[in-house]
Design a protein around this ligand. Structure first.
Ligand SMILES: Nc1nc2c(ncn2[C@@H]2O[C@H](COP(=O)(O)OP(=O)(O)OP(=O)(O)O)[C@@H](O)[C@H]2O)c(=O)[nH]1
Length: 298
């Protein structure tokens, strides 16, 4: 039997000489390691095709370079090594490399009062770029929280005052009567509307970080908002959550400003673009605010 050489189309000259900004693969299944856990991820990996004469890149070389992410905890130095391997395996035809990893970070969160805890997922994208010797990492993190409308709270308080006037007109106030009234449904004749909301954080990290500060950023964002959605909940936790909402009444503008201040203080962040989305229960549409810091608008 004749030994046949396998045809290699990628090394042929392109009929139409044209460099390409990005060529690669999207949606590669990849188990990654982070925070001692194995996470199910999808990766997009690619390089620029600077040599317009070259027919194609070598996809298998990028694919195989990703194997490193199976074995080592996700970190900027590991991502940099992977990208360097992308470029080293495409000598003379590629000068830029990128990888995006989409996963759900799974964190165990304690209840507000009871000794319970439960799991919460945070959708995360880790994106790394290498161009010449310039390397940077960006993170996208979705943080869910609760927001209670401050305007609705004020309007509700007014209705409660009106109810109080109606119920106690021309009567001498007795402490016990007022206390009983406050504990009845009349004492909360109107309630403000709240909504499940989402903070979409897009952050550019400082160069030369050794670790991905994902958990610290989530903790900072949740502390700034004060109303993180809960996991395991007993009545004591629900009451504490009601108090947290009442003490942190928020328009979407308030949420964006709180996050802006918190993330500017957080170490390791070079620039950010925040978008908060309040899935209004008053409206059938969302209330949205955005804030940027050091962020170049394309
Ligand atoms: N460049 C490119 N390759 C593709 C595409 N779709 C599928 N492939 C296949 O990806 C496979 C891997 O490509 P290479 O990495 O060049 O494979 P190879 O030539 O065996 O590997 P090397 O010897 O390292 O070059 C090939 O069989 C290609 O046909 C595409 O759209 N572009």
């Amino acid at each position: 039997m004749n030994a046949l050489t396998l045809p290699d189309i990628a090394v042929q000259a392109s009929r139409q000489a044209l460099p390409l900004e990005w060529v690669g693969m999207c949606g590669i299944a990849l188990p990654v390691l982070f925070d001692g856990q194995r996470l199910v991820a999808k990766a997009d990996a690619g390089v620029s095709l600077d040599d317009g004469e070259a027919r194609g890149i070598h996809m298998s070389r990028l694919y195989l370079a990703l194997e490193q992410l199976e074995q080592e905890t996700l970190s900027p130095p590991v991502l940099r090594r992977v990208l360097q391997r992308f470029l080293d395996s495409h000598p003379g035809i590629s000068s830029r490399a990128s990888v995006k990893i989409h996963t759900d970070l799974l964190l165990k969160r304690p209840a507000l009062i009871s000794p319970l805890a439960g799991w919460k997922t945070y959708p995360v994208t880790i994106e790394a770029h290498l161009k010449n010797a310039m390397f940077h990492v960006e993170l996208k993190i979705d943080v869910p929280y609760s927001s209670t409308c401050p305007c609705s709270a004020a309007l509700s308080r007014q209705l409660i005052q009106q109810q109080f006037i109606t119920d106690f007109a021309n009567t001498s106030l007795q402490h016990a009567d007022v206390l009983a009234w406050l504990g009845s449904t009349k004492g909360i004749v109107a309630t403000p509307h709240s909504q499940r909301s989402i903070a979409q954080l897009h952050l550019r990290l400082d160069d030369f970080l050794d670790e991905l500060p994902l958990i610290a950023i989530i903790n900072d964002a949740e502390a700034a908002l004060g109303t993180a959605v809960q996991t395991a909940v007993k009545r004591a936790d629900e009451q504490a959550f009601a108090l947290a909402n009442g003490q942190n009444l928020m328009f979407c503008e308030d949420a964006a400003r709180r996050l802006n201040q918190a993330l500017k203080r957080a170490p390791g962040i070079n620039a950010f673009h925040i978008r908060v989305v309040h899935a209004e229960s008053l409206h059938a549409h969302d209330a949205v605010a955005e804030s940027r810091w050091n962020w170049e608008v394309a």
